[in-house]
Design a protein around this ligand. Structure first.
Ligand code: SF4
Length: 202
C-alpha cells in the first residue's frame, strides 16, 4: 500500500492516536505496567485483524506464508516489544541457540529474514510484535516481489497504526525506541544478561 493518505485520513489517524494514548494513560495511572499495556494493544490489534475486510477481497495471508517476515528492513520493533519476545525463552540452551542466530545475523551483511522465523512460521507467534499483527495483504505475489504497493485494507492499516503510535506515545523514550527486529532482539538479549554487550564489541 502506498504511504500516501488523504488529509482526512491523516486527521482520523491523529485522532485515533490521541484516543488510544489517552486510554492507555488511564490504564497506566491505574497501575498497569508496560507489559500488560503492550499485551492489551496486541489483543486490540488482533481484534482489528479479525474484523471483516472489504467485501469481495480475500486475505492472502495464511500459515506458512512468510514473505513479510523476510522483509527485514521494514520490520522495526520497539525495545519493550523485543524484551517481551525474549521473555518466552526461559531455557538457557534455547537462549544460547537464539543468541547464536542473532549474532550470526548481525555479522552477515546479506539480507536476513527475521531470526524468529522457523520453517516458514513465527516461532513466537503469541508474543510477536504489533507491526507483525498489523501486516496483511490481499496479494501474496506483490509481497513476494517486495512491492511497495501491496494491496491492504486501509481501515485496518489506520486503526492498527493508531494503536501502535498510541502505544509508542505512552512508553518511555527508551522503551519505544525502535530498531530492525534482529538488531532489537540482540540488544534485548544484552539487557536480559544473556551476554555482555561490551564483550560482543571487543
Ligand atoms: S516476529 Fe514472527 S511474525 Fe514477526 S517478522 Fe518475525 S517471524 Fe515474522
Amino acid at each position: 500500500m502506498s504511504n500516501q493518505i488523504s488529509a482526512q485520513e491523516q486527521q482520523m489517524l491523529q485522532q485515533g492516536i490521541q484516543a488510544v494514548a489517552a486510554h492507555l494513560q488511564q490504564k497506566i495511572a491505574a497501575g498497569a505496567d508496560s507489559v500488560s499495556v503492550i499485551r492489551f494493544v496486541h489483543r486490540q490489534l488482533d481484534q482489528i485483524a479479525d474484523a471483516p475486510g472489504p467485501q469481495g477481497m480475500t486475505l492472502a495471508c495464511a500459515a506458512g506464508c512468510d514473505h513479510c517476515c523476510r522483509q527485514l528492513k521494514q520490520i522495526e520493533i520497539s525495545e519493550a516489544e523485543a524484551d517481551l519476545m525474549l521473555s518466552v525463552f526461559t531455557d538457557a540452551a534455547q537462549q544460547q541457540a537464539l543468541l547464536q542466530r542473532l549474532q550470526q545475523s548481525e555479522a552477515t551483511a546479506a539480507h536476513q529474514p527475521c531470526v524468529m522465523l522457523e520453517q516458514g512460521r513465527c516461532s513466537v507467534y503469541a508474543v510477536r510484535p504489533g507491526v507483525c499483527r498489523k501486516a496483511h495483504s490481499y496479494d501474496a505475489a506483490a509481497c513476494a516481489a517486495l512491492s511497495e504497493d501491496v494491496p491492504q485494507n486501509l481501515e485496518r492499516v489506520l486503526r492498527s497504526e493508531a494503536m501502535l503510535l498510541g502505544l509508542r506515545a505512552v512508553l518511555t523514550p527508551a522503551q519505544s525506541r525502535v530498531a530492525p527486529v534482529n538488531q532489537a532482539l540482540l540488544a534485548a538479549a544484552a539487557r536480559a544478561g544473556w551476554f555482555s554487550a561490551d564483550a560482543s564489541q571487543s
